[in-house]
Each structure stands twice: as structure tokens, then as C-alpha cells.
Design a protein. Sequence first.
Length: 433
Amino acid sequence: MAYKKFLILPLSLLLTLFIISKTDAQTPRYEIIPSPDLWYNDVDGIIVGLQLQGQVPGTFEDGPHRLNAGIWLGLWLPKLPVSYQITYTDPIQRWSDYGSEANIQVRSSIRTGYHNHGIGINKRWQRGFDERRYVEIGNYNSFEKRFDDEYAAFPMLWSDRDKFLSSFSFEIQNDNRLGWYQISADTKFQFNEDFYSVFNLVARQRITFNDYWGLRLRGFLGAASSHTDPEYRFSRSMRPAADWMQNRFTRAKGTIPQPWIEGGNIHIAGGPNLRGYTSRDIDSFVADRENLNGDPQIDTVAPILFRSFASLNAELDYWNPIAKAFNEIPYASEFLNFRSYLFFDTGRSLNSESTIPVIANGGQDSEVITDNTSTLYSNAGAGFSLSLNIPDYHGKPRGFVFRYEIPFWLSEPGDEDSFRFRHLFGFGATISF
């Protein structure tokens, strides 16, 4: 019943937009541009849908009453076969200028077993027509809930509680004597039942030597309070589970075949990003619950997660003939980029020990103490990446990055040798510019 009530919201908003476009003869006609969509996951099967882009004609995603919406049907007809997402953005004219818009944004979505409904306010400052240099701040207040674990690649990384979240974000991009840099920070406060907070800080610096040689640096700091749900805690290798919802490749299991994910050879960039530890982290996410400690009566599993983590990632770009030939393709090289690089990642938890929430004894949350977490983890290797980027109207990346990486050395290899052949296929850029 609640699902049906939420489904009324996007239809009502679309109707309101049509009314707005017709009420004043001096107002330009509103246009909604449809496009078909086709996707797949293991729960919905093949998903057919319709994407809708709404705008005042001639404003090119930069005018009033902007709409981004979609509605989909899962052809395997699961329990909730219809899903949707809708984002409506309207500028605040008195606080806006060209490239320096303030806006109010309303979002609502029910898709892949997750509720997200909220309202936010954003402000951007840009230097004239140069969209590369900017400052952005934002606030988003939402109700969120994982209501169907079947969509999750790793259900033990998710709670099923109602969450009322207030999020604040900050981002700055500019250049200095070394090159381009970017600093972003965000913090979340969860107010329902057990209060908790989460903080993330990421700093990136690109140092360009010439067209093919350069150094990219990334520093990460993440901290969460006690009672923080597992989807916001930190693994060593990848972004927190909650951030997987931001990408259609990782939003639901099966889009990337689940055996590939569970095999530990797929890396999702973000978080501390110690990519060489992906396989070991994944092993802890898919532990055999029935055979833990050899006792089938014990139903407690602890994934390797941390309440705090600090890390440094470095990538050294170098020349190679394939990259040179690829990047000299006329026209295509403006959107496609091939990189070859060496990488080094290192980091550690900031707590001497970590308490992590686990699912135990019939689904009740409990706290367990892990062993000492003061270990410094490091890895090194080589990689290649292919990216397609068609920037949005603010010049921000909009596309995809595929990576193939070989983390041939680990400082803490466990039962393996420190030096050995390991390989990863990655989604998303570790250090984006």
C-alpha cells in the first residue's frame, strides 16, 4: 500500500508541470523529451522503461522547471515489478547567476529494493564562463530504506531500518602551481532511533609533466560514529555499499554477473580504495554463515568493515605506444581516453579496534569486536583504463571508466605470497580529472 502511495508522487509532479506550462500565455511551452531504456538485473530480469527529460525549450538543462525522470517494468514480474525515479530542479533566481546557480531539488525513487525520497538545496559559484573552477555546497534531507535484500549483491552490508538522513556536502575545484586539484567533503546525520553520523573527506591533485607523463594523488579520510549502519561503514578496498546505489552497474546484483563480483576480481572505485585487498574483503562479505566456526547453530557473520579509515592513493601515468596511438585518433580522442599507469595505495584504520554491526540470531543487530585494526595496509601494481566522457553543462564528467589492474604486491597478504599475479576489472575512476 505504501508503495502505491509513493507511486502517485511522480505522476502528480508531471501533471503539475504540464499545468505550469499552460497557465500563462507569456510562458514558453514546456517540453518533455522521451527516450527508451533497456537494462538487466537478476531480480527484475530484463527491464524496459522510458526516460523523460523535461525543460523549457532552448534552455539546454540550465533553465527553470528541470525534470529528470524514468519509469521501468521488470519483465520477470517480481513482487514490485514497476519502479521509478524522478528529480525535479528549480533555480532560486535571486541567488543565481550564469554558472552560479542556486536551486531547490526534489527527488523520489523506488527502485531495486530501495526507497529514497527527499528535498535539497544547492548552490554553485563559478568564475565567469570557466566551468573548471567552481565551489559547490549542498544539503539533502531524505527518508531512505532498504526494503528488499534480494537486490543487494551482499545483503549483510545492509540494514533494513528506516533512516531519516540530513546530508551536507562541499566541493571545490581549481588549479595551483602543481596542476588541477579538487577537494570534496560530506557529512550525514541519521536521526531515526539510534543517532549516528558519517564524515568523508577526499582531496585530489593532478601533476602533469607532459602529454603522457604525470602523477595523480588522492587522499581519503572517513569516520563514522557508533551505531552506524553497515552500508555507510568502510571497507579497505571499495566505496561503502550505500554509494553503490549511485551507479546503474552496481545498483542491483546481476547487472555485473554475481559470480564475477563474488570471485573478488571486480573493483568498485571509492572509499579507502586499497584495490589490492578487494578479494579478501569480498571473501568476508560472502562468508558461509551456516558453517561459521563449524557450528551450524551459530548465525553470526562479521564482514571486514571499519568505523574510520585514512588512505593515500597514487598513480603515475607513463607513455606507451598504444596510449599514444589511441589518444591521437581524430575527434574520438576528445571523448575517449586510454591510460597506462603504475599505482600505490596505503592506509589504515584510525581506531585501535573496531566495533561493527552484524546480522545475528535471527536478524537482530548486534555489536562484535574485531581484532586489532592498527595494521598499515599497502599495495602496488600496474593498470590500464579506458574512459568515455561527455561532460554535462557544468563541465563535470558524465560517462564511464573501465579499468584492468594488476596489484602484484600486498603488504599484508594473509595466506598468500606478498608478490604474486592478481588481476582486477574496475568500474569508476580512482582519481578522476
